[in-house]
Ligand binder design. Structure first.
Ligand code: SF4
Length: 143
């Protein structure tokens, strides 16, 4: 039996996508509040983001796309950059409902969870350093 692994920073519209966290606080210091139960990322729920992109407000989980994702090279390089480049922002793992299937936790354990609350999938006003962490190194096209 294969265990499904979820991306914890997915885009809406992915298969079986569900909201498990909501960004709170001022733009400069957003923190994720983790829901006590995930909510299906249905159009009417995503519409609550108003003029914002849903991923500016919601953290969405969906099955990891593996090789179809630019961050995947056998492991999640986004999760790796987060763990190696961002500081912990909480002293213990938050009460997150997707932990059993989370790609980042699967690969990095609680080190990912201690940094996760500061991750906003589409962060308004992200710094250059945050953009580098989000996007990773530029890909070089074959000549
Ligand atoms: S890294 Fe931890 S807190 Fe963040 S989504 Fe995964 S299990 Fe939840």
């Amino acid at each position: 039996m294969t265990t499904r692994i979820d991306c914890p920073s997915a885009q809406p519209g992915s298969r079986a996508s569900r909201i498990f966290g909501v960004a709170t606080g001022p733009l400069a210091e957003r923190r994720i509040g983790y829901l006590t139960a995930p909510v299906e990322a249905a159009p009417e729920v995503l519409a609550k983001a108003g003029y914002a992109k849903p991923t500016e407000l919601f953290r969405i989980a969906a099955p990891c796309a593996k090789a179809a994702c630019r961050h995947y090279n056998g492991a999640c390089t986004l999760g790796q950059r987060i763990v190696t480049s961002l500081p912990p922002v909480v002293s213990g793992p938050p009460p997150c409902q997707i932990r059993p299937t989370c790609r980042w936790h699967h690969e990095h354990g609680d080190a990912a969870c201690l940094r996760c609350p500061q991750v906003v999938t589409d962060k308004v006003g992200a710094s250059e350093a945050e953009i580098r962490i989000a996007e990773g190194p530029a890909r070089t096209e074959p000549a």
